[in-house]
Design a protein around this ligand. Structure first.
Ligand code: URA
Length: 238
């Protein structure tokens, strides 16, 4: 049983898919996105544990399967979650940017991934906020720098505006500032607080699971961070 209204989530996704596509299409050449429709993957999971995981954007495997984190990074994530005693199905997993960040590959006719631009991140934030307000997680785990910065920006914005804020203002404000202020190396495993309209969530930044492929030395830090997560979950369920 999902802890949020599936129909409302479906409406939210359909609405933002249109809005997002409209804005991206205006800049397709500038972003160098190959021809063809944008390849969207929506958030997924029951959220029965009250935990939301946020990554950067889906890749090729996620597009093929229509679910976030099902490729290489996804298997590492599943292993980490299993070792920590979580059932993936009980969590809600999503990405800041909901479509594959594609560019033409080096060989003709191939497609490769690319990093998200600041425009794409800010253009996706209202969608992410919509999801958070529907899912109302107790704990948010961001995976890597992009969702960390997006969440700090969102939290700061809600803190500054206090009451029901004009969310469109968010895109005009100062995301760039947060690019410099929060780096995953500085704040992984820390407990941060995000207060939304009428609920508060704890946010723990984690490294992106794919970083364990390139840097095995991060494993120790990751294990320690997951201990923090376990403790936090125990406290939240008291
Ligand atoms: N990496 C991400 O950030 N998100 C996915 O869904 C898959 C890989």
């Amino acid at each position: 049983m999902n802890s949020y209204d599936l129909q409302e989530m479906q409406h939210l996704n359909e609405d933002f898919r249109k809005r997002c596509t409209r804005e991206v299409e205006k800049r397709r050449d500038q972003l160098k996105i190959p021809d063809g429709p944008l390849e969207f993957v929506y958030g997924y999971g029951r959220n029965s544990a009250g935990i939301m995981l946020i990554g950067e954007a889906p890749g090729k495997d996620e597009v093929r399967m229509g679910r976030p984190f099902v490729g290489k990074a996804g298997s590492i994530l599943s292993e980490i979650l299993e070792n920590t005693g979580f059932d993936r199905e009980d969590l809600y997993i999503t990405n800041v940017v909901k479509y594959r960040l594609s560019r033409e590959g080096k060989r003709p006719g191939t497609v490769a991934n690319r990093p998200a631009t600041t425009f794409e991140i800010t253009n996706s934030m209202l969608w992410l906020i919509g999801e958070i307000l529907l899912v109302r997680p107790k704990l948010i785990l961001t995976l890597g720098n992009v969702p960390l910065k997006a969440m700090r920006h969102i939290a700061q914005y809600f803190q500054a505006s206090q009451e029901a804020c004009d969310l469109t203002e968010l895109q005009k404000s100062y995301y760039e500032e947060y690019l410099q202020m929060s780096e995953i190396g500085m704040c992984h495993g820390r407990k941060l607080t995000c207060s939304f309209k009428n609920f508060t969530a704890t946010h723990i930044p984690l490294y992106h699971p794919a970083s364990l492929i390139y840097n095995r030395g991060l494993r120790k830090a990751y294990d320690a961070d997951m201990k923090e997560v376990q403790q936090c979950v125990a406290l939240l369920s008291e």
